[in-house]
Design a binder for this molecule. Structure first.
Ligand SMILES: CC(C)(COP(=O)(O)OP(=O)(O)OC[C@H]1O[C@@H](n2cnc3c(N)ncnc32)[C@H](O)[C@@H]1OP(=O)(O)O)[C@@H](O)C(=O)NCCC(=O)NCCS
Length: 198
């Protein structure tokens, strides 16, 4: 198995389809045939079998090359957000999923570690995500925090007029600070996502 990094602008139609298939298997009600929920992410980390799409049968068969098989995926949004009065470049993490056949083998943890390595290399100081179940993330060093969160609401095709929503998210807002000197002691945190929610 290998983890492949794909920026959105290099996403191929085959990979979009394979990610969309995985997302609809892993998340009930995920919009069909989409490799994103509401908006395009900037980055994807996908788990592919090592010999994924390198079929050697291509030379002897007129059949099209099979879709690359994607067995795990995490996407990322690069954005400034504000916490209290500080604006911080942040990697928002979303759509974390692993195919049911290979769960509980630490593949999601390896994907999260790869995302974190990327953020460290690119000096992005903060990882943020929203999760109903925190166990995977707490195992990987994320911290659940009480937060009052503001974001811009969008529906499928349009921004909702006048709709900056603001809600307490005490059970699902999680962060991981990669700069040791950065500390937020306030409780709850005032978090402005400066855009749509990821
Ligand atoms: C969550 C998920 C990505 C975990 O993948 P995985 O490769 O099995 O994860 P790992 O082997 O690295 O870690 C397993 C841990 O994830 C936890 N976990 C299982 N389902 C979870 C979920 N929906 N959300 C958070 N953590 C979860 C397990 O309890 C386990 O923790 P433990 O080791 O303390 O028992 C996978 O179960 C999945 O795709 N679920 C469906 C999609 C989903 O709910 N994604 C999370 C959205 S926030």
């Amino acid at each position: 198995m290998k983890i492949v990094f794909i920026p959105q602008y290099e996403m191929t139609p085959d990979r979009k389809l394979a990610i969309a298939d995985l997302l609809s298997i892993c998340f009930e009600g995920f919009p069909p045939h989409r490799h994103y929920y509401r908006q395009l992410a900037h980055f994807y980390w996908v788990l592919e079998p090592k010999n994924g799409s390198t079929s050697t049968t291509q030379e002897i068969s007129p059949e099209p090359e099979p879709l690359p098989q994607i067995l795990g995926c995490v996407s990322g949004i690069l954005r400034n957000i504000r916490i209290n009065s500080i604006v911080i470049p942040t990697l928002g993490i979303l759509d974390v999923c692993v195919h049911p056949t290979i769960r509980n083998q630490k593949w999601a943890s390896k994907l999260l570690q790869t995302v974190e390595d990327f953020a460290r290399v690119h000096a992005i100081p903060l990882l943020v995500l929203f999760a109903d179940n925190s166990s995977l993330y707490q195992n990987n060093g994320f911290e659940p925090r009480k937060a009052l969160v503001r974001w811009q609401m969008i529906d499928e095709i349009r921004q909702i007029s006048g709709s900056v929503d603001e809600r307490r998210m005490d059970d699902c807002f999680m962060l991981k600070m990669l700069e040791p000197c950065m500390k937020f002691t306030e409780d709850p945190l005032a978090v402005d996502l400066l855009g749509w929610i990821f």
